[in-house]
Design a protein around this ligand. Structure first.
Ligand SMILES: NC(=O)c1ccc[n+]([C@@H]2O[C@H](COP(=O)([O-])OP(=O)(O)OC[C@H]3O[C@@H](n4cnc5c(N)ncnc54)[C@H](OP(=O)(O)O)[C@@H]3O)[C@@H](O)[C@H]2O)c1
Length: 297
């Protein structure tokens, strides 16, 4: 029987466990605060931002939000960032990607106070992660690690193939999994669009993580017998549903499930974990900035 790794259940436990830390900080007069910044009015980004706001409200984190007009000069966004860096009620914040074309995203990230960089994208935080001294693990890779832990998957000595080398998923996840640490110690292969014979690399892995953005790219024939499959992908495909589409992952669920020992569904796998780990990083940021020690799950 293939185990379905329930991301909603694991995320819900993490959110519950964060409750005590949030109350400790709030009782000391420092309720954690998370701000979202949205430049422009991209509908998908608006949805993501409102989900993050709602998540905060549900766990007792104070949500803040700043809208910046899509046609504003980059300096307007920089001023918002400078204000958030100074605002003691905001312990963490993120600028929702993508930003409009006339804004240089890397420059935006560089201006964020690294202590408030709850996405973990600032070069200082990237460097610390690579050096094995992570301050904020980026939310999706951290969520994948927590899912593996919850599913009792021992990464030590495991052959893990990651498909995708993006700055937000593939690269940081590879760096985390090779660390000398209980949730690392894996032998990691990172694949991308120029990889030769992708199937050979995925079939030989104990754990396959797909973070590609191509609907159902990996099917069962590319999964080894009894492997663990973590599907990060979220793709909208046309379907005969009320909304006119459905969400599918980067893995063909049914054929991969027939080969795997455990697999995450889409939706309900990695997605809720990414959201939970943003809350985790916000609580950690509040603890670091206030000097108030809290237990993190
Ligand atoms: N569930 C969540 O919380 C969550 C969070 C983040 C992202 N996602 C989803 O995860 C997926 C990936 O996101 P991302 O931001 O990492 O994407 P990305 O920045 O577009 O990176 C995609 C990666 O996949 C590689 N790739 C593309 N086509 C390939 C192919 N045919 N064979 C092998 N590799 C291929 C690319 O290779 P090159 O580098 O050579 O171009 C790139 O490294 C998307 O569906 C996204 O929506 C989900």
């Amino acid at each position: 029987m293939t185990r379905i790794i329930d991301g909603n259940a694991v995320a819900s436990e993490i959110r519950d466990d964060l409750g005590d830390a949030i109350e400790t900080l709030a009782d000391a007069g420092s309720r954690p605060g998370l701000a979202t910044v949205l430049m422009g009015d991209d509908p998908a980004s608006q949805t993501y931002v409102s989900m993050k706001q709602r998540d905060c409200e549900e766990v007792g984190i104070e949500p803040h939000h700043v809208d910046v007009p899509g046609d504003a000069a980059p300096e307007t966004l920089y001023e918002t960032i400078d204000d958030l860096n100074e605002n003691p009620d905001v312990h963490g914040y993120l600028v929702q990607a993508p930003v409009p074309d006339h804004v240089e995203y890397r420059e935006v990230i560089r201006r964020i106070d690294p202590l408030k960089d709850v996405d973990g994208f600032h070069p200082e935080n990237v460097g610390r992660l690579v050096a094995g001294d992570a301050r904020f693990r980026p939310c999706t890779p951290h969520g994948v690690q927590k899912l593996l832990e919850a599913a009792d998957v021992d990464t030590e000595g495991a052959d893990i193939t990651i498909v995708g080398r993006s700055d937000i998923v593939g690269k940081p996840l590879a760096n985390l999994l090779i660390q000398k640490a209980d949730d690392g110690n894996a032998t990691v292969t990172v694949c991308h669009s120029r990889t030769d014979d992708l199937g050979e690399k995925t079939r030989s892995a104990d754990v396959v993580v797909a973070a590609v953005g191509v609907p159902e790219l990996l099917d069962g024939s590319m999964i080894g017998e009894d492997a663990v499959v973590i599907d990060v992908g979220v793709n909208r495909v046309d379907a005969d549903t009320e909304k006119g589409y459905e969400l599918v992952g980067d893995v063909d669920f049914e054929s991969a499930k027939a080969r795997a020992s455990a697999i995450t569904p889409v939706p309900g796998g990695v997605g809720p974990m990414t959201r939970a780990m943003l809350l985790y990083n916000t609580v950690k940021a509040a603890s670091l900035q206030t000097g108030i020690d809290v237990d993190l799950p």
